[in-house]
Design a protein around this ligand. Structure first.
Ligand code: UDP
Length: 382
């Protein structure tokens, strides 16, 4: 029999599985409804031999050394330094909006504005746009207004269906106004892409004698969860008293009995071109025009060389309705939704040895490094 059953085989599930098997000597079963490992980090070669991220661009970055060290056991790295530009009419300005962007927008006035920014916030500061907007200095307000209108407003309306002021401030705070000339999207110490892609990391992590993986397996076909029953967890019809780590959408585990938890979804439009490169950077954000939010050109991310082939993806955000084939990508954190989530969480808190882990199950906006760190900590404590 298994000591732990893990539902979902993205970073949350795979790291927890490896840790429980390797450090605790547990016999672990990992199941996933999809036919592949890796969750939304899954990547593969497309029909033209270009490495693509099937569920949208994933770029690893962290300041947490133990996370970098841990993943480095399973991969070497391509030292990709992610740079994003925002397409504003004919200009392509660095995002996060930084001192180079300031110069492109304000020309000769930029030096004067730069001084005001630095006098107020300090060199290298990361200022959330909503904070900059509240500043009383008129020239700072003018910059904030420009950045809000040209970088945040339309992109956020597309991504979330709401303005930056209407969503949780931590979301727009992910992409601050950056008071430096560093054009990288992330300033973390460790950043890059796995040299051979994400999928091999998962294959290596799960290739361990005490780990069994069942793909194409819907949790509900093997597990029955009834929090108030004498035996709250049945696995293949029999009581199960080991650990359950659930990484999927929590409402769906309970047939959405309190109503659906809102998530944002995306539709991906992949295109192939018979040329070396399609655009100037790995990611171009369309911050003032178009229905899609951004275009990713994968060859920049992977460093793959191909003289006459390149693949891009456009991301069209949409609400998640739960329809077959749709995928929930982002929790929509606000008071009301978090309260609904807590109702579901209260159900599993009644079940001994039942753990929630990951973006979906914890209804949180985790980056890769944060969830790897949390999976390591959770396995350690269990
Ligand atoms: N954002 C924006 N314009 C940009 C980039 C980001 O308005 O050019 C806002 C938007 O609300 C987005 C959030 O900042 O959802 C976080 O962006 P990030 O790039 O971290 O999103 P992710 O890559 O996780 O989708």
């Amino acid at each position: 029999m298994y000591d732990s059953i893990i539902i979902g085989c993205g970073f949350a599930g795979a790291v927890a599985a490896r840790e429980l098997a390797e450090k605790k000597g547990q016999h672990v079963l990992v199941i996933d409804a999809r036919e592949h490992v890796g969750g939304n980090c899954y990547d593969r070669l497309d029909e033209n031999g270009i490495l693509i991220h099937q569920y949208g661009p994933h770029i690893f970055h962290t300041n947490i050394k133990r996370v970098y060290d841990y993943l480095s056991r399973f991969t070497e790295w391509y030292e990709y330094r992610h740079e994003v530009v925002g397409k504003i009419q004919e200009k392509e300005i660095p995002i996060p909006f930084n001192l180079n962007s300031l110069e492109m927008v304000y020309g000769e006035r930029a030096a004067h504005l730069e001084k005001i920014l630095i006098d107020n916030f300090g060199e290298g500061a990361r200022v959330p746009i909503l904070e900059l907007m509240n500043h009383e200095n008129e020239e700072l307000q003018e910059i904030a207004h420009y950045v809000y209108e040209n970088v945040f407003l339309k992109y956020t309306m597309k991504q979330w269906g709401k303005t930056p002021k209407e969503i949780d401030p931590s979301v727009s705070g992910r992409v601050p106004v950056l008071l430096s000339r560093d054009n990288r999207y992330f300033q973390d110490t460790y950043q890059g892409l796995p040299l051979h892609g994400f999928t091999p990391i998962f294959e290596k992590m799960l290739d361990y004698e005490k780990i069994e993986v069942r793909l194409g397996c819907e949790a509900k076909t093997v597990l029955a969860i009834h929090p108030d029953a004498k035996e709250p967890v049945l696995f293949e019809g029999k009581p199960f008293h080991g650990n359950i780590i659930y990484t999927g959408a929590l409402d769906e585990l309970f047939d959405c009995c309190f109503g659906r938890l809102p998530y944002r979804s995306l539709r991906f439009d992949f295109r192939h071109y018979d040329k070396e490169f399609y655009q100037s950077h790995g990611v171009v954000n369309y911050t003032v025009s178009e229905d899609f939010t951004r275009i990713t050109e994968f060859k920049y991310l992977s460093g793959q060389l191909a003289a006459k082939d390149t693949t891009i993806v456009k991301e069209y955000p949409m609400p998640y309705s739960g329809k077959e084939g749709e995928i929930p990508y982002y929790a929509i954190n606000n008071k009301e939704n978090d309260a609904l989530f807590n109702q579901y969480r209260a159900l599993v808190e009644k079940i001994p040895n039942f753990y929630l882990l990951g973006r979906l199950a914890e209804y949180k906006y985790y980056n890769i490094d944060a969830i790897v760190d949390r999976a390591l900590a959770m396995a350690e404590q269990m």
